[in-house]
Design a protein around this ligand. Structure first.
Ligand code: C5P
Length: 224
């Protein structure tokens, strides 16, 4: 049987990938993969189990067996269960994002998560968001989007998002963290953050959510 179609949405944090992914999923009825959440969960679980993040083989071994469940379909009722425990809020913090980007530089960790990401590919299709969805994980995607925006704009959006989720933030620290994480993600040797050759680039700086969706809608229609 043919493989289910995939649409990839890559880019740094705070560019609106989550919003676009949800919209695409609502239009197509496709499943969703938040690959960043897998890196975040794995980093947290490693810390929780006392595995130093530098011990990449132990982290990779944990990746293969960890019981992770994504429950719920809409933004409001989504939760993340790890070994049956609700980690939804813990997974989203900036600290967890920073831990995730530390393990994400390790080829062994990325290889261990590859199969888990492929397992999300089911009919009628998949919308996958992350950093290397179009370049490494699903190079045969039918539509590839690469979103970007200025670091300041992303920090402003992220602050709002975190505040809405009840997470306190310091704006200057957030900007600094975003720049540091970008440098790690773009500069790493394995699967660095970069657009696939056949990706459509969307710079969302100064665009409202409606304007971004307008642009994505046109690309989705053209791809059908
Ligand atoms: O997208 P999110 O902010 O949740 O990702 C957290 C971190 O996980 C990123 O900064 C990046 O280092 C890593 N990541 C990755 N490849 C992906 C998704 C996330 O390296 N496909």
């Amino acid at each position: 049987m043919d493989l289910a179609p995939v649409i990839t949405v890559d880019g740094p944090s705070g560019v609106g990938k989550g919003m676009v992914t949800r919209w695409l999923s609502s239009q197509t009825g496709y499943h969703r993969l938040d690959s960043g959440a897998l890196y975040r969960i794995l980093a947290l679980a490693s810390v929780e189990q006392g595995i130093p993040l530098e011990e990449v083989d132990a982290v990779a071994a944990l990746a293969k067996n960890l019981d992770i469940q994504f429950v719920g379909e809409t933004e409001d009722d989504e939760s993340i269960l790890v070994i049956g425990n609700d980690w939804t809020r813990r997974v989203r913090t900036e600290e967890t994002g920073a831990l995730a980007s530390r393990i994400a530089v390790a080829p062994a960790v990325r290889a261990a998560l590859l199969q888990r990401q492929h397992d999300f590919r089911r009919w009628p299709g998949l919308i996958a968001d992350g950093r290397d969805m179009g370049t490494v994980v699903f190079p045969d995607a039918v539509l590839k989007l690469f979103m970007d925006a200025s670091p300041e704009e992303r920090a402003t959006r992220r602050e709002k998002q975190l505040r809405n989720a009840g997470i306190a933030v310091n704006f200057a620290a957030l900007c600094q963290e975003i720049r540091a994480r970008d440098a790690r993600d773009r500069g790493r040797e394995v699967a660095p953050l970069k657009p696939a050759d056949d990706a459509h680039l969307i710079d969302t700086t100064g665009l409202s959510p409606d304007e971004v969706i307008h642009c994505v809608k046109a690309l989705l229609e053209a791809s059908r």
